[in-house]
Design a binder for this molecule. Sequence first.
Ligand code: FPP
Length: 262
Amino acid sequence: MSGADQGDPAVILEDRPIPRHIAIIMDGNGRWAKQRGKPRHFGHREGVKSVRRVVEGCRILGVEVLTLFAFSSENWKRPQQEVGVLMDLFMSALRKEVKRLDRNNVSLRVVGERGGFSEKLQRQIGDAERATAGNDGMVLQVAANYGGRWDIAEAARKLARRAAAGELSPEAIDEQAVNDNLSSPDLPDPDLFIRTGGELRISNFLLWQCAYSELYFTPMLWPDFDEEALHRAIADFQQRQRRFGKTGEQVEGGSASTPAQG
Ligand code: FPP
């Protein structure tokens, strides 16, 4: 587990590259509420404040893409009332935050199986995406009704259709072809994957895209995650040596700046 002691003095970021893409599993809302004797939805509402702080923190640092796991394909299994609260929160956040995102030059994208959402929510998602599509300061990608396996299966289905139609030879299906058919082929893979809440799992998040991500786990619960916690995670990332399959000596010699395949 990557160290993230709470209560350290303010973090100083080094003059080293910051991650281009940060992906976050925002876990611990329910426990945060329970610790305060409140219902779980109280934690989800507080979690939206952390979302705001982290979006702004990333924007200030010049992170290009921030992906947040808001609702997994498996979250439908939660009690109906909690699912309802999460949908309402998502809808109200879209309504309230779009102007702020636009002011901050952030473009919003939602990835996941949107057919599972109400028509109203699907419309709102489309409106928010269109309203911010021209912004080039940062991409905020929200994964909603998303699963990494779903994403890969969708890519396989698209490729299979083209192969069945005779447009694509099965031999032409390589890693690049799969990648190009995932939900966001134009975005760089996450450099830094953060999970709050103490669990040490990837939980079907961006499975393909996280092949070479640096993983950072913190026991901090999502509603407590603030700009300083974000800086601590990035400072930890800056200490890592990214080898992409090469040796440490090769990297130190300066020959491993881009991911090697495989
Ligand atoms: C996990 O905590 C959190 C979620 C399943 C939902 C996260 C959603 C938000 C923070 C709000 C909406 C987000 C956006 C982008 C507008 P948990 O409930 O599993 O916590 P627990 O492990 O303590 O029970």
